[in-house]
Write a protein that binds this ligand. Structure first.
Ligand code: GDP
Ligand code: IMO
Ligand code: MG
Length: 437
């Protein structure tokens, strides 16, 4: 038994969904703890592709419990669409596998509209959000005006009062600041009531539910969304998301103690990508960037935007290792580097003539950073069919070892393709937990 937190170490899209789906084989429960449907987690199982935004990536395994914790912001329209789609794709009703926190906040139409209106107003300074209402939903939560899933269980007049209070403010902003049409109270209320009729049985007190599983010595896998550099506190602010994406937040936002966690896995893509605006020191706008983009299929799962691509950034990864207290990494998309003569890695930044080895907090500084690059020999072979780590080309193994040495932790797995099967597990935390080493 082990409780494992898995998070992204870069700017998201590291392949978290694939690894969570794989590792769920050994866990009884999978928990999403932050973010919302700004996430896009892609799984490929026997050649069939599934894209999940809100439902945990453990859902493809029929007997597993999937939890949406209190730190998640929930758009009920998307949740219902996702439940419906999975029903069609898997031929079973996944609702019975879901537990939804009564403390999770709702994303309403007015949050989505405000997100989009604000981005438009920012013009060239836009964050490049996913437009899903994430920022405004967390604003309502922190301002203590938010609606929670638990409000759907309250008497209707309570729900109506809370909704009216929130929409009055949102509509004033939409009309007076952004010159936009207001959102209809009746429409939102009707949608909430319709969704409530379906999801209410799944709404529970998550900390007690998780405590029950912990007591039975069942394993819990916590699935991060976004990535460390999009974290609201330590990321490239203001070009970040509105939640804490770090491993520590898995505990706070789902309601388990930090002492219950055995391992923290950081998912590392073998190169770096970023969607949306913001500084990106290792960005490549040449034929290598094109190679990574095309070979890596770097198109956003949620918005369909092209992801910006660059070399691996060890400054950023060392920062992610310490921020999350990583115990190991899961290295993904190593296959995408096949065919490159030379592979470069950023080991430090040059900031206004000075070499620095830390990740700056100011975006003006980060924008002024140029990468200091170290070169490695590439390999030409297609490695996507290799299932034994020892059979990887020598240069590929050298690359993995270099990353391990730089971060001072092991790659517990190496992934060489999108399919569940295209993975070499070298150390399984659920089989080799602290309890039995
Ligand atoms: P997430 O948001 O971290 O779950 O990552 P995404 O699903 O948004 O993006 C990762 C993409 O890479 C998806 O299309 C995956 O199917 C794909 N993928 C994951 N691991 C690998 C890998 O090792 N090799 C290749 N070629 N693709 C991978
Ligand atoms: P997964 O879980 C990559 C980015 C957006 C934008 C910024 C803020 O698939 O890795 P938001 O809508 O959250 O207010 O947008 O964060 N972003 C992501 N980038 N992967 C994600 O999730 C992301 N979720 C948000 O592109 O730059
Ligand atoms: Mg993604």
């Amino acid at each position: 038994m082990a409780n494992v937190v898995l998070i992204g170490t870069q700017w998201g899209d590291e392949g978290k969904g694939k690894i969570v789906d794989l590792l769920t084989e050994w866990a009884e429960v999978v928990v999403r703890f932050q973010g919302g449907n700004n996430a896009g987690h892609t799984l490929v199982i026997d050649g069939q592709r599934y894209a999940l935004h809100l439902i945990p990536s453990g859902i493809m395994r029929a007997e597993k419990i999937c939890v949406i914790g209190s730190g998640v912001v929930v758009d009920l329209n998307i949740l219902l669409q996702e439940i419906d789609l999975l029903q069609k794709q898997c031929g079973r009703n996944v609702l019975s596998q879901l537990i939804l926190s009564d403390e999770a906040h709702l994303i309403l139409e007015s949050h989505r509209r405000l997100d989009q209106a604000r981005e438009q107003q920012r013009g060239v300074a836009k964050i490049g959000t996913t437009g899903r209402g994430i920022g405004p939903a967390y604003e309502s939560k922190m301002a203590r005006w938010g609606l929670r899933l638990g409000d759907l269980l309250a008497p209707e007049e309570v729900l109506q009062t809370r909704l009216r209070n929130l929409l009055d403010q949102h509509n004033e902003m939409l009309e007076k600041i952004y010159n936009e049409a207001p959102v209809s109270f009746d429409k939102v209320l009707a949608e909430l009531k319709e969704a409530a009729a379906i999801v209410c049985p799944a709404i529970k007190k998550v900390p007690y539910e998780l405590a029950r599983h912990l007591k039975k010595k069942e394993s819990i896998l916590f699935e991060g969304a976004q990535g460390t550099l999009l974290d609201i506190n330590h990321g490239t602010y203001p070009f970040v998301t509105s939640s804490s994406t770090l491993a520590a937040n898995a505990c706070a936002s789902s309601g388990v103690g930090v002492t219950d966690i055995d391992e923290v896995i950081g998912v590392v893509k073998a190169y770096t990508t970023r969607v949306g605006s913001g500084p990106f020191p290792v960005e490549l706008e040449d034929s290598v960037g094109e190679h990574l983009s095309v070979r890596g299929g770097e198109v956003g799962t949620t918005t369909g935007r092209l992801r910006r691509c660059g070399w691996l950034d060890m400054v950023a990864l060392r920062y992610a290792t310490l921020l999350n207290g990583l115990s190991s990494i899961a290295l993904t998309k190593l296959d995408v580097l096949s065919g490159l003569e030379v592979i470069k890695v950023c080991t430090a930044y040059r900031l206004r003539g000075e070499i620095i080895d830390y990740f700056p907090s100011s975006i003006e500084d980060l924008e002024a950073c140029e990468p200091v690059l170290e070169e490695f020999g590439g390999w030409q072979e297609d490695i996507s069919g290799i299932l034994d780590y020892d059979l990887l080309p020598e240069n590929a193994k050298k690359y993995v070892t270099y990353i391990e040495n730089q971060l001072g932790i092991e790659a517990m797995l190496v992934s060489v393709g999108p399919d569940r099967e295209q993975t070499m597990i070298r150390h399984n935390p659920f089989v080799m937990s602290r309890d039995n080493v």
